[in-house]
Design a protein around this ligand. Sequence first.
Ligand code: PLP
Length: 432
Amino acid sequence: MTTNSQNPETIGLHGGTFRRDESQTSVAVPIHQTTSYQFNSAEHAGNLFGLKEFGNIYTRIMNPTTNVLEERVAALEGGVAGLCVSSGQAASAFTVQNLCNAGDNIVASTDLYGGTVNLFNNTLKQMGIEVRYADPVDPKNFEKVSDEKTRAYYAETLPNPSLRVFPISEVAEIGKSKGIPLIMDNTACPVICKPIEHGAAIVMHSLTKFIGGHGTSIGGIIVDSGKFDWSKNKKRHPNIWEPDPSYHGAVWGDAVPQLTGANIPYIIRARVVLLRDLGSAISPFNAFQIIQGLETVTLRMKQHCSNAEKVKDFLSKHDKVQKVIYSTLHKGEVGQRAKKYFNGGNGALIGFELKGGLEAGKKFIDNLKMLYHVANIGDARSLAIHPASTTHSQLSEKDQIAAGVTPGYVRLSIGIEHPDDIIADIDQALSA
Ligand code: PLP
């Protein structure tokens, strides 16, 4: 069933073409724990390898369990096709590598997850791919650092620790006028934000977080909107418009619409070239686990977000708290972006600065009894971390401040427990 028009509660359970397992009629998505698939004939095998028809070849490139997850998340995001990979980190790398070769660049938001910054500043740099940064406080900053070698814009919907909502449509519009696609990491905002509706060309998630939701499995996904005009500036996208020697000179921008009837050369190339060659496949078991999370993610997001509002209100009145950082609390236009881009909640992530600085931050963490002290977000359980003494401790104090991490900053990922119990634990830890 094509389900992009249904509501997210329904898509989580029914999105995509899976209705039942056709061999055994099971309703729950089966785990197809297989490496390979028996071909019908020599001709069938030849057609699959030659991309004359699509079908299962080998689990490094596709798998029926994973396919259900790909179709459902694509439907949830309002996209046309998805590609799962082994982690959110692999998804971030693929989104860029799919368009960039040595000598190319992308322009990324200054507000990014630290793992993405490491990837961009080190590994991609070593591959000859340059990442330039633009402060999203003013969307025009993206235009200022773009040139003819800029292959993509890259940003997060709700990056931490700053928790400034990204100006999606403003930057997407700048990109469209130049033929530059906007890639959005929507990890922190499934259901509450749909970047494709605001003009993003590509959306990715770390499935490890809110979509999986139970802290059991690592995974990532890339979703193609099917809406980006790759032909606007063909010179800008050699990977889409130049012949691919690894497929007898296929030109993805021409071949994929002919073969599939859809404008998805980007996601097909990512699968049949990058996943084939780099091999960062998700395991079918992890795909199954993440599907269980996807089925209830809409319910959980409602509870995550309503709990977070209550925690934010509690912290805003607490005398040991100097400042609360939340999507809706920023001054001026940045603070209005949550209203523009979010629907059904303002996110589960909260930051707050303790008046007592570094020592108070560490003490708060040590006194928590229920909240977990982990370097993660998006679990059903409430989580806390003190970045200055952990995730950002290798940075100088100046760089920490530039990243939005003051000595007393604590990051919370609010879970789905009863809000009174979350607040009670934070309260006792603040008073201890
Ligand atoms: N993107 C964001 C916003 C993240 O928070 C993370 C992980 O924390 C990642 C990407 C990387 O995801 P993974 O841990 O699944 O590799």
